[in-house]
Design a protein around this ligand. Structure first.
Ligand SMILES: [Zn+2]
Length: 383
């Protein structure tokens, strides 16, 4: 699905995402409950807390992809996978060292967010870049990863990067990171833009001036345009987001979550004696991909209760709709055959221009990927 991003909708969604994460970070104070949240959050939080956490994490690569950084994320995951295959022992130590991220992340959680108040080339934004560059935690994680990935084992202390007073030489750490990860072109490109040593030094030493859309060193031996400055800033953001995502269990898919994330059920029964009559299951793509064959769908139950039709897909959810005459003849056939044709439609929150949206009780979504057809066992309870 290749749609054009509607910037306003995109910013609105990523802002909701950010505000919600900040709220969680503050311990979910009841009086500060965000007034509007990302589509699906409320429903999932009331169904299953793991599914809700999994969905929140899955939005980070989704939002990143929208910014065109899908290759970076893919390669970044590849580094982890390869390290786990080749240097299993080191990675176990690495993961133990960074365990219980919820505590450790408190100070750094704010880095998940990229809410630019303004996008001007000014001293405030230069200072923000410097602060981001210097967050030690990310430099340490990346240096440890480089070391493991090049076969030099896990090093918790990174002694050789400390100065005489026991502080990290951040410039040296950054150089070490940028020089590494050979063979991972996208990651390397991102790191090179993000950890721009020259830029960091002139800002850090207050050795620069801003003139219009350019930032220049006082010696005039270095110039960066506004566009490239923000490119560096956003790359730094993206890398730090990816690390937080990874260490909060980003990649892990709990197989038992495959039955969650169904936003709505629809019926296509226009033609009562056609073979094509079927039901649509709209499911958030993050959950949809856990079980590629949708084997979680065992028997779909249709139950009539007065005017209502309750469609039960699994133990975790039932969907209530209004019974109609057309549905009656459709269900008779389903009842006789003991099965029903199903299209599973992967959806995600919509932030596109002119998109055909799917409005549900969970919020506004749109189709994310091709739908997938199965035939499921079905029973009808006529009430
Ligand atoms: Zn859309």
């Amino acid at each position: 699905m290749n749609q054009t991003i509607d910037l306003e909708k995109y910013l609105s969604l990523s802002n909701k995402f950010a505000i919600h994460e900040e709220w969680i970070q503050q311990g979910c104070p009841a009086d500060k409950t965000p007034s509007s949240t990302v589509p699906g959050y409320l429903a999932l939080a009331s169904q299953n807390i793991e599914a809700y956490a999994f969905y929140r994490r899955s939005l980070l690569p989704y939002l990143s992809q929208a910014r065109g950084n899908q290759l970076f994320f893919k390669e970044f995951c590849q580094i982890i996978t390869e390290c786990k295959q080749k240097h299993a022992e080191d990675m176990i130590q690495f993961e133990q060292f960074h365990n219980a991220p919820s505590e450790k992340f408190k100070g750094q959680w704010a880095n998940l967010f990229d809410r630019f108040i303004d996008t001007n080339l000014n001293h405030t934004n230069c200072y923000k870049y410097l602060q981001k560059y210097e967050v030690e935690y990310f430099l340490v994680v990346l240096a440890q990863l480089r070391q493991i990935s090049s076969g030099n084992g896990f090093d918790d202390k990174l002694h050789r990067f400390l100065d005489r007073t026991g502080n990290f030489k951040k410039g040296v750490l950054a150089n070490y990171i940028v020089d590494g990860f050979q063979g991972y072109l996208e990651v390397k490109k991102m790191l090179t833009k993000a950890y721009n040593a020259k830029l960091r030094n002139i800002i850090g030493h207050n050795n620069y001036k801003i003139a219009g859309v350019e930032l220049t060193s006082l010696e005039e031996d270095y110039t960066i345009t506004k566009k490239n400055f923000f490119e560096s800033y956003l790359c730094l953001q993206e890398i730090q987001n990816a690390i937080l995502w990874l260490l909060s269990g980003g990649q892990s898919k709990n197989n038992e979550l495959c039955q969650f994330g169904v936003t709505s059920v629809g019926f296509d029964v226009k033609n009562s004696d056609s073979q094509d009559s079927k039901i649509y299951i709209f499911q958030i793509n993050s959950f949809r991909i856990i079980d590629p064959k949708a084997e979680w769908i065992k028997t779909i139950q249709f139950e009539l209760k007065g005017e209502k039709l309750i469609t039960t897909l699994s133990e975790v959810d039932a969907h209530h709709g209004i019974m109609t005459q057309e549905l009656g003849s459709f269900l008779k056939k389903v009842d006789a055959q003991g099965q029903v044709h199903v299209s599973i439609v992967p959806v995600m929150p919509c932030f596109h221009e002119g998109c055909q949206t799917i409005e549900t009780a969970w919020g506004t979504f749109c189709q994310y990927d091709d739908q997938f057809d199965i035939v499921a066992q079905a029973v009808v309870k006529w009430g």
